[in-house]
Design a binder for this molecule. Structure first.
Ligand SMILES: CC(C)(COP(=O)(O)OP(=O)(O)OC[C@H]1O[C@@H](n2cnc3c(N)ncnc32)[C@H](O)[C@@H]1OP(=O)(O)O)[C@@H](O)C(=O)NCCC(=O)NCCS
Length: 157
């Protein structure tokens, strides 16, 4: 995927990312409509980054830099349906990991208990479940906290 690039969000990107979320699971099942997703994508201090393939937006990652006990937290990640299973999600996570390697020791994220494919995706990227928060967003579904150890400062490139 030589043509993939990842850049900071600019004007209009939060609306695009929120529309992608609101039209996709897990956010549909979680009852997060466009307004809630847009609020999440524009929260002060959070960092929204956009993946583009040949100039077309194809995915995003949203990070809260000190989201879990002072460690970075991947709040949301999504790839547009026509671009999935082509490595864009892995590239976005890898980008976040390189950004924080040497500055943070751990990276955290949550996955809904019904989102089996995303959980498998995270496990393949080296994340491990460290706990489950029962009925956290909706009744009957857990949010599973996952963690990955980042390289030590002297091992970071
Ligand atoms: C999860 C997701 C970000 C992965 O991005 P991606 O670019 O498809 O990932 P990669 O190509 O690097 O890896 C592919 C793997 O992602 C997972 N995946 C693919 N499509 C998926 C989907 N619709 N929903 C959830 N996971 C999916 C699978 O494990 C897939 O493996 P496979 O191709 O062997 O089936 C993307 O599929 C997506 O946007 N899913 C919907 C939103 C979501 O669940 N976000 C995570 C919220 S916690």
């Amino acid at each position: 995927m030589t043509a993939l690039s990842i850049r900071q969000a600019r004007s209009g990107d939060a609306v695009w990312a929120a529309a992608l979320m609101a039209s996709s699971d897990p956010w549909i099942t979680l009852g997060r409509g466009f307004e809630a997703c847009h609020q999440a994508c524009t929260w002060a201090g959070d960092v929204l980054e956009i993946a583009e393939l040949e100039g077309e937006r194809c995915g995003f990652v949203l990070v809260r830099p000190s989201g879990v006990a002072g460690a970075p937290y991947v709040k949301s990640i999504a790839v547009a349906p026509g671009f999935r299973s082509r490595g864009v999600g892995a590239a976005l996570l890898g980008h976040v990991e390189r950004t924080y390697a040497g500055r943070a020791r751990h990276l955290f994220l949550c996955v809904s208990s019904f989102n089996d494919r995303a959980r498998l995706f995270y496990e393949r990227q080296g994340y491990a479940a460290v706990g489950a928060i029962k009925d956290f967003l909706i009744e009957g579904a857990d949010e599973i906290l996952m963690q990955k150890r980042l390289p030590a400062p002297d091992a970071a490139a």
